[in-house]
Design a binder for this molecule. Structure first.
Ligand SMILES: NC(=O)C1=CN([C@@H]2O[C@H](COP(=O)(O)OP(=O)(O)OC[C@H]3O[C@@H](n4cnc5c(N)ncnc54)[C@H](O)[C@@H]3O)[C@@H](O)[C@H]2O)[C@H](O)CC1
Ligand code: K
Length: 539
């Protein structure tokens, strides 16, 4: 396990550059507003003053503009807080490089405080009033109105000015977040789409959660000199999904591996919808389950076995005539992972099967109909989850199962997934373009590699199968869930346009090759969350 070197406070006096190497640690951590306030406080305590921090935050905005666009008129919209202060810094650097730049301020200069007042005093040009008229003649707009300090929806001159800028398709560069976007949640309180967003130190959840994700445009994280040692006091609990979080835990093959040592996955095969379970089984096998069996529901039709058997080759089939047959089958301890839901049907039979599976103590994945079957009494399900379990709802299934949980927690996706994981005692994968993976202990991961081509029938069944395949091989459930979501996205990206669900399992081998290369390049020495845990344990 890697240890981070934690610089002592006195070291900061030796200057920024020697410390900057630290800031590449825990690069996938996401920080909320409370954590960022603490980050600022600690950074200042380490000896980097607030004026320098603001200088370091504003300068990359000017640099990013000059690197991406040719010389053209810029208008910097400044707000009354530190976000506005960053704007004054950006304006000064653009002007020093002889760019035509104007500043428009919400409020008056004498209302500015602290570092923002300091940097405003270094701005030699005129300061106009922030109104839609100020946009005249500008081609690039820097939005430095509100960042982390947003307290209420945009209105008045700010809302009007941004609306006119958006309607006129002016290019907007946001400082920290597009003003109106809530950094902790991705909720939109009046922001308009930006071409580029520059944020400090680490991304914020709102940059990755919809609708925020779509408003940010290109997202750049600026190193403003904050030492990664701040993570000693602020162990992050939210991350952007990346192999660095779980690659060390992926099941590995060695000379002693055999099909039994790779685990035996069992998928419930419903009737008359059979494709969903078949595709899930195929994905479980593709990610390395040594054996995969579909337990075929024979209670409705004898045809079921023939359909499954005729369409599966490496996947085995096992007819289940009576409910007791399932319980007997689950006594086989060589079976190491279970999945029910895809094509299972909604109702008491599925409920009973789910409860039997959970009672077996085996690691279980519950998807689709297995979740909806408990919509009228979710507590029956939550009470039965006593072992390792992963739930994979889409928004509809989530709302049906977790209605009470959602009513009593925040309404943003991150809070909802966390609350659901806590209430159910399971890992929850709340799917979508911005899938959130949450654990009952509060850890959460936001996925960012899912292309829109995954919006196709059967895509969720495949994800459930990938989770099952990894769990079957003994991977830790939170890591398995995050890895599965990433592999699912990577496989779809690898295929490209025209994807239908059947294509996806066949792309997994190529993704594993990419992953192996990545792990080789990085000498397989990453496990960010373990580092975090060790951090908190040792301090
Ligand atoms: N380490 C860092 O991340 C650094 C971040 N910097 C920048 O500082 C801002 C956060 O600054 P803060 O002063 O806390 O908040 P804001 O500038 O976003 O705004 C506060 C200001 O705005 C008023 N307000 C809030 N919402 C509204 C509204 N809807 N309508 C009207 N007025 C509103 C509020 O009352 C306050 O007066 C961060 O985002 C970074 O850009 C530092 O510069 C460097 C370190
Ligand atoms: K902003």
């Amino acid at each position: 396990m890697k240890r981070l070197t934690i610089p002592q406070p006195g070291h900061w006096e030796s200057g920024l550059d020697s410390q900057r190497g630290q800031s590449d640690r825990l690069p996938h951590a996401l920080l909320n507003r409370v954590q960022m306030t603490e980050v600022d406080r600690l950074t200042i305590a380490y000896g980097i003053n607030a004026i320098t921090l603001m200088e370091n935050a504003g300068r990359p905005v000017a640099d990013a503009i000059m690197n991406r666009w040719s010389l053209r008129p810029v208008l910097v919209l400044c707000g009354p807080g530190n976000n506005g202060g960053d704007g004054f810094v950006a304006a000064r650097h653009l002007a020093e490089a002889n760019w035509p730049v104007r500043v428009a301020l919400l409020g008056t200069r004498d209302q500015l405080r602290g570092s923002a007042a300091h940097h405003a005093s270094l701005w030699n040009g005129p300061v106009e009033t922030l109104t839609p008229d100020a946009l005249n003649g500008a081609e690039l707009i820097v939005d430095a109105i509100f960042g982390a300090g947003l307290t209420r929806p945009l209105e008045g001159a700010v809302a009007e000015t941004l609306a006119v800028a958006a309607a006129n398709k002016l290019t907007i560069i946001a400082v920290d977040v597009p003003s109106g976007l809530v950094g902790d949640t991705g909720e939109n309180m009046g922001a308009v789409p930006c071409a580029l967003t520059l944020t400090c130190f680490r991304k914020k959840p709102g940059h990755l959660l919809q609708p925020g994700k779509s408003l940010c445009g290109e997202l750049v994280v600026a190193d403003i000199g904050t030492p990664a040692s701040v993570f000693v006091s602020i162990p992050p609990d939210t991350f952007e999904n990346h192999p660095a979080l779980w690659a060390d835990d992926l099941p590995l093959l060695n000379q002693h591996s055999n099909k039994y040592s790779r685990g035996h996955a069992l998928v419930w095969g419903g009737w008359p919808t059979t494709g969903a379970a078949r595709m899930a089984a195929l994905s479980a096998a593709r990610v390395g389950a040594g054996l995969t069996t579909v337990a075929v529901d024979m209670s409705q039709s004898y045809l079921a076995l023939s359909v499954y058997a005729a369409t599966l080759t490496s996947i085995m089939v096992k007819p289940i005539h009576r409910h007791q047959d399932l319980a007997i089958l689950l006594e086989d301890k060589r079976i190491t992972g279970l999945l029910i839901g895809p094509g299972a049907g909604i109702g008491p039979d599925t409920q009973a099967r789910v409860l039997t599976m959970l009672k077996s103590g085996q690691t279980t994945v519950l998807d689709a109909d297995a979740l909806t079957s408990f919509q009228h009494k979710p507590s029956d399900l939550f009470d039965a989850i006593t072992g390792p379990c992963v739930l994979t709802p889409h928004e509809g299934e989530f709302t049906r199962l977790f209605k009470d949980v959602v009513d009593s927690s925040g309404h943003d996706k991150l809070s909802r997934a966390r609350a659901a994981a806590k209430a159910s005692g399971a890992i929850v994968i709340l799917k979508g373009n911005d899938t959130v993976i949450a654990a009952p202990d509060g850890r959460a991961i936001i996925n960012t590699n899912a292309p829109s081509t995954l919006a196709t029938a059967g895509s969720g069944d495949l994800l459930a199968g990938i989770v099952l395949g990894l769990l079957t091989q003994g991977m830790e459930p939170f890591h398995a869930a995050a890895a599965a979501v990433w592999l699912h996205g990577a496989a779809a990206n690898n295929f490209g346009p025209g994807l239908i669900a059947e294509d996806l399992p066949y792309r997994l081998p190529a993704v594993f090759k990419q992953l192996a290369l990545l792990m080789k390049q990085t000498e397989r020495h990453f496990s960010e969350m373990e580092m975090t845990i060790e951090f908190s344990a040792s301090h």
